[in-house]
Ligand binder design. Structure first.
Ligand code: ZN
Length: 462
């Protein structure tokens, strides 16, 4: 509060005059009461559905969003990105032998292929299961212990950490096993790698997600098992040999052509300067990509919609971007960086929303520490919706991190992440998980911040 007062009373030092602050309040209030973002999300998730890179739904979403943005009066362009085209297949597993087994029975293991996984033979593969809880236990195994086996990396997602509000840290702690597990297992001669699902789902739901292969080692099948099934396998393996039959039949098709959807709301004074407001349009295929990241796309669409509705024309361009293929390697963001490499200096700021749509408590910023003081007046406008905190962060979004790396200040709403990772990358990432009030609070943060960055007297400090 004192910081804010001193910023407001510092006279000419505020980047916004009272008229601009009043405009921010209008944007905030309009966002809270406008069903546009919710309706767009309902269409993206319910009518179009999951939007995996290279899929017909991703393509339809590109043209749909482009048409909607065009209808608002924004200048729309589709910028090409070459993206992976991976298609999920059959994914089943059964424990076929274990200590104490009733004769003639098997036990089902619920799992889902990791994005990009190669297939097992069509009839599946059968191998003994080796379970470790972390890299240290893996390194302590005798030589050859994993050779020809199915390796389960049973690293637990820290639900307590997520429950106290640090879902991002819980995710970071576990996702390394999903990313690096298959290469690590292959290096040790494993036939396949399973990872305990990275997330907090309690209802025997597997969480998919990207994995990373290397040309230096064999490429082996990789899947995520539910937390419940990881516990079962771990329990049985502690008693004696356990054999699993695993069938995965995903396909990697030739790379596909796709697009980032770009929609510019023209600037009045600095037509070359750009403020990005964005989310990623692609999603995993198990659910309908409501929280990840349909929500980020529609709250960004809402920023342009409100500028259009209220007839607001900031000094700089507000550039909406619906990024393509964040989930499978951020190929859309890489294409943008390549296409705009000579124009980075004109990128004044970039915002991305990619942590769901629960209540935002404020704004993450990545860049100069001065940004916190500079943004105090904006924080004041967001105080009434409980979104007044300003928190430094090293990363504000996977699609804008390369821009941040080149010195462009990056921003994101600080969404409440306590339940986000329960649904993230699962079949339960669906429209009903969205609280309309919270979605609109996120839209308010995006619209107010985008306007503030695009209309400030001087650009954001960098
Ligand atoms: Zn995402």
């Amino acid at each position: 509060m004192l910081d804010r007062l001193s910023a407001l009373t510092a006279g000419g030092k505020s980047a916004w005059n009272p008229g601009q602050l009043a405009t921010m309040e209008r944007l905030r209030d309009a966002a809270l009461n406008d069903p546009y973002a919710l309706n767009e999300l309902r269409h993206l998730t319910g009518n179009i559905g999951p939007r995996l890179s290279g899929s017909p739904q991703a393509e339809q979403a590109v043209y749909y969003v482009a048409a909607r943005m065009s209808a608002l009066g924004a200048e729309v362009s589709l910028e090409k990105a070459t993206v992976p085209h991976w298609v999920r297949g059959v994914e089943t597993a059964e424990v076929i032998s274990w200590p104490g087994q009733a004769q003639g029975t098997t036990q089902k293991v619920v799992l889902t292929a990791l994005g990009g996984s190669v297939a097992t033979p069509a009839e599946g593969l059968t191998a003994e299961v080796v379970v470790v809880n972390d890299w240290k236990q893996l390194a302590a195994l005798p030589p050859g212990a994993v050779k020809g086996k199915i390796l389960l990396l049973n690293h637990k997602f820290d639900k307590e950490l997520a429950a106290v509000g640090d879902g991002g840290a819980a995710y970071e702690g576990a996702v390394v096993y999903r990313g690096a597990g298959p290469v690590t297992g292959a290096r040790l001669g494993a036939a396949a790698v399973l990872v305990r699902s990275v997330g907090g789902a309690d209802f025997r739901l597997p969480h998919t997600g990207e994995t990373i292969y290397s040309d230096a080692v064999p490429i082996i099948p990789a899947a995520a098992v539910t937390a419940e099934d990881a516990d079962l396998l771990s329990y049985l393996v502690s008693q004696g040999p356990v054999k699993l039959h695993l069938t995965l039949t995903p396909q990697t098709l030739p790379d596909a052509s796709s697009y980032n959807v770009i929609a510019d709301w023209k600037g009045t004074e600095h037509p070359e300067q750009v403020v990005i407001v964005s989310g990623h349009l692609d999603s995993w295929d198990l659910g309908t990509g409501a929280i990840d990241d349909g929500a980020g796309v529609v709250v960004s669409m809402q920023a342009i919609h409100l500028l259009s509705q209220l007839g607001i024309h900031p000094r700089r361009i507000v550039r909406f971007i619906a990024w393509m293929s964040e989930e499978e390697g951020s190929q859309g963001a890489a294409a943008y960086m390549a296409d705009h490499k000579d124009d980075i200096a004109n990128h004044i700021s970039a915002i991305e929303s990619d942590l769901g749509a629960d209540h935002p408590s404020g704004i993450y910023y990545s860049g100069k520490p001065e940004l916190a003081q500079w943004l105090q007046p904006v924080s004041g406008v967001l105080d009434s919706i409980g979104a007044e905190t300003l928190a430094a962060s090293t990363e504000t979004g996977a699609d804008i991190e390369d821009l941040s790396g080149k010195g462009v200040p990056g921003f994101a709403p600080v969404q409440d992440s306590r339940t986000y990772f329960n649904y993230h990358h699962t079949a339960a990432d669906t429209f009903d998980k969205i609280d309309p009030r919270h979605l609109n609070e996120n839209a308010a943060v995006m619209a107010v911040l985008a306007y503030a960055l695009a209309d400030s007297a001087d650009p954001a400090p960098r």
